[in-house]
Design a protein around this ligand. Structure first.
Ligand code: 5GP
Ligand code: MG
Length: 180
C-alpha cells in the first residue's frame, strides 16, 4: 500500500500563496501580464493565486498549455512536448507561466521557450514547489512557494497516475510493498 503523509498544510499553503501574490504584484512592477497555467497540475494553485492576485488589485488574463514529458512514470524521460496550445495570441505580451512544480525543470524550460518562440515579450515563471536537487537544466523559477527535498509529492493539484489531485494539502507519497 502507498501512504500519503501531509507535508505542507492548508494553512501553510494559504499563507504562502498570499505572500507570492505580493511578490508578483511588486515584482511585475505594475506591468500588464497574462498568466499561462500548465495543465493539469497547476490548476488548484492557479485558482488560489488568481484570487490572491485580485486582492492585490490585479486581474490578469488566463490561458493554459498542456506540456507532456513522455511516458507516465514518475521519472521525467528528458523530453518535453507542447501537446495543446494557447487560445489567445501571446505576441508582444508579458507572460507569467505557472506550474505545480519544478523538478528537472525540462517542462518549464520548454514551455518558456515555446512562449518566447511565439513572440511573447517576456516569460516569467512561478511554481508552487521547487526541487532544486533534481535539476537537469540551469533553471531558476522567478517565483516559488516552497523548496522541497527529493520526495514525490501529491495533492493541491499534483497527482500520481491522476489520483490525489483533490487533496487540499501537499503530501509525500510513499510507495510501500505491493500495488495500491
Ligand atoms: P520537470 O521534471 O519537467 O520539472 O517536471 C515535469 C512534471 O513532473 C511536473 O510538471 C509535474 O507534473 C511532475 N512532477 C515532478 N515532480 C513531481 C512530484 O513530486 N509529484 C508529482 N505529483 N508530480 C511531479
Ligand atoms: Mg506538470
Amino acid at each position: 500500500m502507498a501512504s500519503v503523509n501531509e507535508m505542507i498544510s492548508e494553512e501553510q499553503l494559504r499563507i504562502r500563496v498570499e505572500e507570492i501574490s505580493h511578490e508578483i504584484a511588486d515584482g511585475m512592477g505594475g506591468e500588464d501580464f497574462t498568466i499561462v497555467g500548465v495543465l493539469k497540475g497547476s490548476v488548484v494553485f492557479l485558482a488560489d493565486l488568481m484570487r490572491a492576485l485580485h486582492r492585490r488589485g490585479l486581474c490578469p488574463e488566463v490561458d493554459f498549455l498542456t506540456v507532456s514529458s513522455y511516458g507516465e512514470s514518475t521519472e521525467s524521460s528528458g523530453a518535453a512536448k507542447v501537446l495543446s496550445g494557447l487560445h489567445q495570441e501571446v505576441t508582444g505580451k508579458t507572460i507569467l507561466l505557472v506550474d505545480d512544480i519544478a523538478d528537472t525543470a525540462l517542462t518549464l524550460q520548454h514551455a518558456r521557450d515555446h512562449l518566447l518562440s511565439l513572440g511573447a515579450r517576456e516569460a516569467y515563471t512561478c511554481v508552487l514547489l521547487d526541487k532544486p536537487a533534481r535539476r537537469r537544466v540551469d533553471f531558476t523559477p522567478d517565483y516559488h512557494g516552497f523548496s522541497i527535498q527529493n520526495v514525490f509529492v501529491v495533492g493541491y493539484g499534483l497527482d500520481a497516475a491522476n489520483r490525489h489531485r483533490c487533496l487540499p494539502y501537499v503530501a509525500e507519497l510513499k510507495e510501500g510493498d505491493g500495488a495500491e
